[in-house]
Write a protein that binds this ligand. Structure first.
Ligand code: FES
Length: 152
C-alpha cells in the first residue's frame, strides 16, 4: 500500500506493508538519526515529531502516519533552537556515544514549545522515556537546565 507523508517539509509517497512501523520506514528512507533501540516503546531513541508532538516511531504503524507531518532531527538542522539545545548538550559533555541524542533533542525541543517555565521535576517527567546508557543523566539535566535558563 502507498501512504503520503510530509517528512521535514518534503512531501513523499511511500510504499509500505500493512505491518510496517514508522521507524523502519524512516530508516529505509535514510533518516538515520532515527535510531532503533529496544523496538518495544521503552527507550525513546526512535522519537520523532508527528504533527509537532513527540511519538515513539517504533510504536506507530506507518499506515497510521498517512497524511501526517513527521519531523526528525535532520529537519531541524537550520533551527536556532536545535543549535542551542545541541550546544548546551555538547558544553556539558552530555552527548557521549550520541545514540540517544536525536530522541532527547526532539523531546527537549517539544518540551520548550509546551512548557513555559519547567521545574527540574517537570523536565524529569517530560524526559522519563529517554534512556541513556552513558551519561548517568546528570550532564543532560545540567545542559537542559542551562538551555532553559538562557532561553527563559
Ligand atoms: Fe522505540 Fe526504543 S526503539 S522506544
Amino acid at each position: 500500500m502507498k501512504i503520503k507523508l510530509t517528512i521535514n517539509n518534503e512531501k513523499k509517497e511511500v510504499e509500505i506493508t500493512a505491518s510496517e512501523f514508522l521507524l523502519d520506514v524512516l530508516r529505509r528512507l535514510d533518516y538515520m538519526s532515527v535510531k532503533k533501540g529496544c523496538d518495544t516503546g521503552t527507550c525513546g531513541v526512535c522519537t520523532v515529531l508527528m504533527d509537532g508532538k513527540p511519538v515513539l516511531s517504533c510504536s506507530v504503524l506507518a499506515a497510521s502516519a498517512d497524511g501526517h507531518e513527521i519531523t526528525t532531527v535532520e529537519g531541524l538542522k537550520d533551527d536556532p533552537e536545535f543549535k542551542a539545545i545541541s550546544e548546551a548538550l555538547l558544553n556539558e559533555g552530555a552527548d557521549q556515544c550520541g545514540f540517544c541524542s536525536p530522541g532527547l533533542i526532539l523531546n527537549v525541543y517539544s518540551m520548550k514549545k509546551e512548557l513555559k517555565d519547567p521545574t527540574e521535576e517537570d523536565m524529569k517527567k517530560y524526559l522519563v522515556g529517554n534512556l541513556c546508557r552513558c551519561t548517568g543523566y546528570a550532564p543532560q539535566m545540567r545542559a537542559i537546565k542551562k538551555y532553559f535558563e538562557v532561553k527563559a
